[in-house]
Structure formats: C-alpha cells, structure tokens
Design a protein around this ligand. Sequence first.
Ligand SMILES: N[C@@H](CCC(=O)N[C@@H](CS)C(=O)NCC(=O)O)C(=O)O
Length: 309
Amino acid sequence: MSEIIFHHYPPSPVAEKVRVALGIKQLSWRSVIIPRIPPKPLLMPLTGGFRRTPIMQIGADIYCDSQCILRELQKREPEPSLYSNAAGDVSWALSRWSDTTLFELCAKIILAIAAPDMPEEFSRDRGRLYFGPNYSYAKIHDELPHLISQLRAQLGWVDQQLSGSGNFMQGEQATIPDTLIYYLVWFLRGRWEQGPEFLAQFPAIIEWEQRVKAIGHGQSTDMDAQEALDLAKSVEPITPAFVAENDPQNLTLGMKVSIAVDEDSGEQPVIGELRFADRETIGVLISNDQVGTVCVNFPRVGYRIEICE
Ligand SMILES: N[C@@H](CCC(=O)N[C@@H](CS)C(=O)NCC(=O)O)C(=O)O
C-alpha cells in the first residue's frame, strides 16, 4: 500500500481528530505541513482548490474532510476498528453534531476572545469561513455567557456518557466518538485561556482526555510538499470508476460536477469529472501540470453537488 501522506498544520483541531485516529490504528504516515491561510500553492493542485485542513493523500487519491479521511483509513486498515461493531455504527450521526453545532460553539468562544490579539488576516479569514458574510466578533463576544451555557450543557452529556462507559466513549476501545470529542476538548484547552478552568467541571472528561492523549498519533516522518506533488504525478488514481445504483441526483460516470461545502463560507467549489459516487462519498478527477490526474474525494453529507451543464 502507498504511504499515507497527511497535509495539515500542528494547531489545527480537525487535523488533531485524524491524528488521534492514526494513533488508534498505530499507523506510520508522512507529514506535510501546510499554511494556515490561503494561498496554499502546494496544496491546491492536489485538491482542485479546496482549502480546508486536513487533507489525506495516498498516491494520486486525495481525501478531503476528516469524515472522508476517517472512512478511508477504516477501509484500508480495518483493525483495530474505529467502529464499535463490524458493520459501522451511528458515529457519523454524532459527527454531524460534534463537527457542526459543537465545533461552531468552540470556534465562536475561542476566536471571539482571541480576535483582538490575532493577526488581522487570520481573524478575517476564519470569521468569514466559519461564521458567514455578516459575522461580527463583537456580537459573538456579547453572547459569550449564552454560548458557554450551550457548550457546558452539551459537554455535560459527554461527561455523563464517559462516567458510565468504561475507558472510552463506547467501552474499552477508542473509536470514532473519542476522536470526535477529543479534538474539541484539545481545542478548548489549548486555545482558550479559561479552557482548563471550564473543563475542570467535567471530571470524567478530564480522566478520559489523558487516556486519549496517551494513544498518541502513530509514527510520522516529515515530507516536503513538493515531494508529495511529484509523487501524485508519478502514479495513477486507484479510486474505482463506479456509481452506485439509484443515485438521488442521477449522477453518472464522467459527468462534470461541482462540489462545495454546503454552507455560506465563501469557498470556491471543486469542479471535476465524476469518477466515483456512492451513498457517502463522491470522487472527481481533476488534472493539472503539477500533479497530472488525481481523484479528489469528498463526503456527500455536508457538501452540495451540482451538475455542470
Ligand atoms: N468539515 C471539515 C472541516 C475542516 C475545517 O474547517 N478545518 C479548519 C482547520 S481545523 C480549516 O480548514 N481552517 C481553514 C484552513 O485551514 O484553511 C473536516 O471535517 O475536515
């Protein structure tokens, strides 16, 4: 199997989610550090313009979004499983909560408090990306007591689950829900001055946090971004040419489609030729001089696919 190449930057919380999954599976991987804000000239040729972090590359197959990355890791390396049963489980529904509602609450609290001290370019970029065109850090700041009350109640549910579940969210093995909550606790503790004090009210979370931290990130070795591009160019994508039956959008192989985050985040869509589509994943081929042809995969949930005329 080709090497797992992970494009990320150390402070990225969503990347931390995947690093923990790499740790659960004790995988070896190559680490390419990418910029925290665009331009990302050595990443864009691989993703067709998708700018979020993290991205996984295996040869000429690219996986965008942590949802798609974790699923692919589980497919390629089934043991130890990220699921609580062999067929998969309801963790993806949990991810719709942790990665939207809960992530947004954490991001609002952390960024609204840090905004005055952040580089202007960074705070503007993240404000538009996460909170829409009319965001105002001042307004978010005024709402902090409300936002913290929302977060406290919802993390309380996690604390209750952990008080009775064993060492991890679903028992004695770390699985997807552990990664889904850990990255947010890591984000709160590391980037919000009052984070440690806030988290102290959740004793089961605090003990579990140490257990997840001890799992580590597997074994990584650094890789140069240009080397990753050259590698993609030297091989062909192995994502199969396949469209599952009864596609609700009538997708067919080879059609030109655009794929975009399904929220008003100001991001450009990725446009490519349809190579793969099933219930959960869509993959398109894109080509350029730097990488040749690569297959860029996205989750379907949370993304809007449009057929280009
Ligand atoms: N749904 C995406 C969210 C990814 C995301 O928003 N990541 C943040 C970093 S933690 C990001 O992309 N920030 C902007 C950037 O890195 O350019 C996923 O699960 O991968």
